[in-house]
Design a protein around this ligand. Sequence first.
Ligand code: PBG
Length: 325
Amino acid sequence: MAYPINRMRRLRRSESLRRMVRENVVPVDNLIYPVFVVSGLDVKLEIPSMPGVFHFSVDALCKEAEEIAKLGIPAVLLFGIPATKDEMGSEAYSPDGIVQRAVRSLKKAVPELVIITDVCLCEYTTHGHCGVVLGGEVDNDRTLELIARTALSHAEAGADVVAPSDMMDGRVGAIRDTLDNNDLIHVAIMSYAAKFASAFYGPFRDAAGCAPQFGDRAGYQMDPPNRREALKEITLDVDEGADIVMVKPALAYLDIISDARVSVDVPIAAYNVSGEYCMVKAAVEKGWLDERRAVIEILTSIRRAGADMIITYHAKDYAAWASNS
Ligand code: PBG
């Protein structure tokens, strides 16, 4: 039955009608807010390439975490910027490393906040790669041990979820084994399963000081044109024991999120990355976009594609808008 019997506009006549038939909304409950921790005391420094995002020292981060929890955001994803780097990224798995200290303090300050830690070596190595460099290449199997050690040290500090972002083969299984052998069976793994070698990480690499000093990450992160391969990565990670799988970035990869949603039963997270955030911020600064409308539309599109959870730098703004509407 077509026009004039069928008139699609009937259900668009008022905001209440539109609300009634709305298929997707983004609950604050499903947002994860990324935070950056640095050494020092009372530090809160805006990151130049990411307006509205800050480097916090552990004490300042605890105050920030209270605010995050008050806004109703259930979880943070924690990134560490160490005071020193070396060839093997040893600060990543030091029991007194920056992330380990931050986790212990956060758990005391705001016990209800879910602490997810990014597990990778690139912020900690002098060469800026995500693993052990041997003969000019990142060695997969030698990296596994260090990645598992890093995850273990985060879990021992009290992390609820560890999130490996290095893209080495076999790391989810290696982490699960290590955690289980150390009686940390309750700690969950959120794997960056389909993580693409993307231009949209540019601002983050400035923020975390982790740009590779030679070459690029194309030898371990996924090639952007590949859709089938992403499903294989996701399935492998689920088989190795991932509790949550992530697609990253989000906006240029909505098809991957949608594929993942129908292919596996574990929760899917999508990472609305730094470059996606900065594009909005820059356009808003120029007066070219309405920030609130653009952000809601972007986050809703990621949800509509099939993401259960969204990791986003917009989380605090979005939560504040949601509580005032
Ligand atoms: C570390 C890591 C990166 C991001 C998250 N974890 C950078 C990279 O892989 O180069 C990117 C996050 C963002 O852009 O917001 N491996």
